[in-house]
Every structure is written in C-alpha cells, then in structure tokens.
Design a protein. Sequence first.
Length: 577
Amino acid sequence: MQQVLDVHVDNKENREAFPMRTEDLLKENRKQLLPKEEKDKDKYEDLWTCEDDMSSNLKKLKRTKSLVAGGEAQDLYRTFTYDEEGDEKIFEKVVENFKRFCEPRKNEIYERYCFRTCDQQVGETFEHYVTDLKNKADTCNFGILKEEMIRDQIVVGIRDLRLKEKLLCTEDLTLQKAVQTCMAAETCQEQMKTHVAVTSLIKVNLQLETVADVGGDHNKYKCPAWGKMCRKCKGWNHFANKCRTDSKVHALNAVSDEEDEELFVSTVRTDRSKSNQDCVSILGAGDSEKRGLVIRTRDVRKVYVYGITEGALMKDYIKEKYRDVFTGIGCLEGEVCIKLKDNAKPIICAARKVPFALRDKLQKELERLVSQNIIKKTDGPTDWVLPLVLVEKANGNLRICMDPLRLNEYVCREQYHLPEKSEIESDMAGAKCFSKLDLRHGFYNLKLNEQSSRLCTVATPFGRYSFLRMPYGVKSAPEIFHAKIAQLFENDKNVKVFIDDIVIYAETWSEHSRILQHVMNIVEKAGVKLNGDKCEISCTALIFLGDCLTEHVIKPDSCKVTAINNKPDPTCKEGIT
C-alpha cells in the first residue's frame, strides 16, 4: 500500500522542517515497493541512492516524491536515457523525463478541429464559453493570430442570433470588444429575467388564508366554493372533499354516488424537447425527499392529464429554427406581368380627398412602403393613374390599396384552376394531424415588371406612387399568386395550397413533423415569409375555408354559424341576400 505524506518544507532555521519523523516510515514503504526477489533489488537501488544525512529539506522532499510515485514509476525510471553521464542522479532531469513520457503527443489538426467545432451550449454562460475557447486555442499553435481566431469563433459559436448579428455589423471588432459586448448582453438578459420574475412575484404575493371548509390557500373573499352545493351533504359553501358530515357506510358493498369534479387549471407550456427514450432516474425517492425535491402532503388531490398538446412544442421549435421566415417581407424569384386586352384604354383619375386627420398617417405609411420597396414615387408621365383607397385597421394603422375597378375591365385572367374546397377536403380524409401556414403579406411576395408597375400607379395628395409588388384587388392576382406557390409543392404529397394558405396533413405525428420541416425548408429557400400569429401548427382540428376539419368529421366553423344566427332580420328588400 502506498502512503501519501504531507511534507512541509520550511527554510527558516528556527523551525523544524518536518513536524514528524518519517525515516522509519520511508524505510518501511521502501521495503514494500522493492521486489521480493533478492536478485532484482539492485536495479532499484539507484533511485533511492541518497546520502544518509536527512538534514536537507530538498533531499527529503525528493525522496518522498520518489517513494509516493509507486513501483510502476520505478520500472519506468530504469528505461530512461540521458544526454550526459550522471544525469540520472539529478532530480530535475528525472522529472523532465517523466513529464516527457506522461504528456500526450499533440495533434495540431485535431486540436484545431476541436476549436472550430466549439459552440456555446444550451445554458452555458458566455464567461465559461470564452474560457473554454481560450484553453483550446492554447493547444492550436495559432501564434500571432490567436486573438483573431478566438474572436471569429465567438461570432460563429454564440447562440444569441441577435447578438451575433450585432457583432457582424461592428466595424474593427476586436477580441476585447467582442467579449465586452457579449458579457454586457448576457448581464442585461439576466437582469431582465430577474425583473420579470420579481414583477410576477409581486402580483401574486397576496395575503392568503386557509378556508377550512374548502382547503387550499386563497383569499376568503374569493372562495371558489361560495355559492356551491356539496355533493355529499347537499349543504352550501363547501366542497365534498372538505365536508364535515360523517360518511356512514351500512354495508360492505355500499357504493358512493360521489362524482369527481372536473376543473381545468391551465395549459402548461414547456420549451424542453420531449424524448421517447427510456430515462433512468439519478436520484431515488429517499434522496429526493431529503433535498426537498419531493414533498409529501396529507391533502391528496386527484389530477388527471387528459392529453399532451404536440402543437405547443412543435410550434415553438419551428419558430426558433426558422426565425428569419417569420420576419420581414418576402419576395419570390422572378417578375410577374399583368396582361391587358388589346382594346385597353388608359385611364387617369384625380387624387381623392383625404381627411386631415389621416394625412399624417398616410404620409408615414407611404414612407414606410417606399423604404420596404413596396412602392416608389413616380415623377414622369404615366398612361394609367388610379385612385387611392384607404382602409383603417383595427390597431389604427392604415392599409394603402389601389382602386382597380377600371383597370380590371381590361385585365386578362390567367385561367389557372383554383381547387375547390371539396377537392381539398376529400384528399385529407383520414388525416389526424394538421398544420396551416399563412403567407405574410400575400401578394406583396410577387415582384412586378416595369410595364406592370406603371399600370399600378395611384394618385395621392403627396404625388403619384407606383407599386413595385402586386397590389391587392387586381383580377389576375389570386391566380398568379396561387400558381407560383403551388409550383413550389407540386411534387409533394399531403400538402395543399389555396392562394396564401399552405395546409399540411398526415395520419401520424412523426410523418407530419417530417413533412412540416420539409415544407419549411422549401419556404425558406423560396424567399417567402410567414405570418407567425396566423399559422396553426400541429393541430388535431383545423379551421380551413369556413369548415372545421377533424379526424372523424368535417363540420361548419362554429364562429360562422354563430355569426349567421346572430345576424339581424332584414327590414327591407335590399337586406335579403
């Protein structure tokens, strides 16, 4: 057995170098390490050859280290070679040979590979990440480029996409500046989380009282049992599970008619991915209870989980993975043309009057559309000038539209077949999983050629503007747009397109997830954008074209039915539709 000694070396003469005498112990351990065969003892004597004088602290320390090294180290010591005779007696030379043997050979290519593939992990702090990068860079032999390499890997490896974009836009970015920026951003995020958590705590930190007849902690003035009848004693203002009336059972086979009350609390959302693999617990029930992770209570309540919603997890995953698809205004490749009939006659309309209360909003909206390359200001003469139509949204903003009534008289339709609702729904029979993707700014994803852009010129109080993208209201726009989107998925099964809606359906969740990610890849590559608020992902029921689609039945949308039922009775001939 090897015994490790804590050796204290003190160079002061007025103190003892060793608080305890170790000569006898060293001799005993030396006997244990040396081989039992008498003939092999001589080859180990070299390592232990020292002066018998133990007055030198350095000699004692060297001898102790040699002893603690063990028998395997003694064998290795005999294999070392030295440049000069006598070096085997020099302690520093021996240690140098041991270091050379123990340190692994460095593979520069492998070390750089580990450095290049070092990305910030989920939950890893930036301080830990940059420290790991610096440690890996020490073994890569970058030389004078070391700081630049660490800086580049920080930009590539950090998880925060917005912070990464900020670093890419920073001129003359140095390692120090990158580290300071990332540390400041991480600190700000942590402070914001703390602020939100404290704010939430303040909102719910009310003085609660336990109501004996109900159970649980809540404000007695907002008791959920108030006005409720007990199912056990038929009394009032308490629940059956806290009823004070004794329950009398007159027979062994007596059956209680008490029913469980169903109470929906809330839908729990999580950002963790689900795993179908078997999980092994690393803590038992006893250890979990000791650490306060599991709390035993006498007040046992029944909680039933009726199902797990796949959509909550899948929707968050899709939005995070394809974040760029849900922002901005998209544009399909190529340009489209609005074709006119041969007998088309150009029309020039004067600008319509705009209320003074809307003029500032109109001017700001025009400037916004110009900055997004939706429209452009036109100064030269144009054969077509159409009136402007303003639509005020629910949030108070304006939607600028063109009145295409006179233009549509001469527009040639594309005669592209739009599928009927019955055709789409018949193909979706038997599907259990649904998703619907809504294209953001629909027709604005189509870029007009120069000739069509001049046709879509509108007159405003601030001058004439020509649409660079397909405006709403043009007679051929739905057919052109539907044809463009349908071409993207013409070879894909279980995908249906109706103008600006893309419907995905499947019989299993695994198949649905595979198709959904395939569609998202096509959308991202095509350059179109989606409206995240209107997208319905991983649903068991889908509202589409006025119908509610489920696994077993297709029924009218309840909102549409309610609107029709609540429609007031007509009072004149024109009110009958």
